[in-house]
Design a protein around this ligand. Structure first.
Ligand code: HEC
Length: 135
């Protein structure tokens, strides 16, 4: 190969690498917190859950949740061990909120209505927050 050819393919490789990194190829990309908080409020998670790590207090107890034997919605500043023990907690939450997974043998009370991208960001945000809390 000519020198020019070598330089050319070297540059092409660099360009590919740069492209991959620029497009979120970095392994631990943090969730978009502002977006996640917006989802949390817009999708009415706040009707049942508090998120005290972000100044969202515990909601007034809903009549729905007061039924006999009904589990109370936890503050999501922390996640339960059951969730955090999953191989991929964020993926579990995503599936759980789409009612494809169960927790305590039950589906989540509310089906997430937004798109998958929004749901994944929200799930990752919750897991990142819970991990910080656990430290
Ligand atoms: C109608 C009330 C209600 C709404 C609205 C609601 N949830 Fe829940 N959620 C619950 C209850 C009750 C539980 C506890 C279930 C259990 O532990 O078996 C729960 C559990 C969870 C868990 C598991 C927590 C853990 O660590 O065990 C996550 C995560 C979660 N909800 C996220 C959300 C998100 C995100 C939203 C908004 C898109 C939302 N929830 C909206 C009632 C609700």
């Amino acid at each position: 190969m000519s020198i020019a050819g070598k330089i050319g393919s070297g540059l092409a490789l660099l360009a590919v690498l740069g492209f991959a990194l620029g497009l979120g190829g970095l392994p631990a990309q943090a969730a978009d917190q502002a977006k996640a908080l917006e989802s949390f409020k817009d999708r009415k998670c706040t009707e049942c859950h508090g998120l005290t790590s972000h100044g969202i207090g515990k909601p007034e107890k809903k009549a729905e949740a007061e039924e006999e034997g009904e589990k109370e919605a936890p503050d999501l500043a922390k996640l339960s061990d059951e969730v955090m023990k999953k191989a991929d907690p964020a993926a579990f939450i995503t599936a759980y909120l789409k009612k494809k997974e169960k927790l305590h043998d039950k589906q989540h009370k509310k089906m997430f209505k937004g798109n998958m991208e929004e749901l994944k960001n929200l799930s990752e945000f919750l897991v990142e927050g819970a991990k910080k809390k656990a430290k």
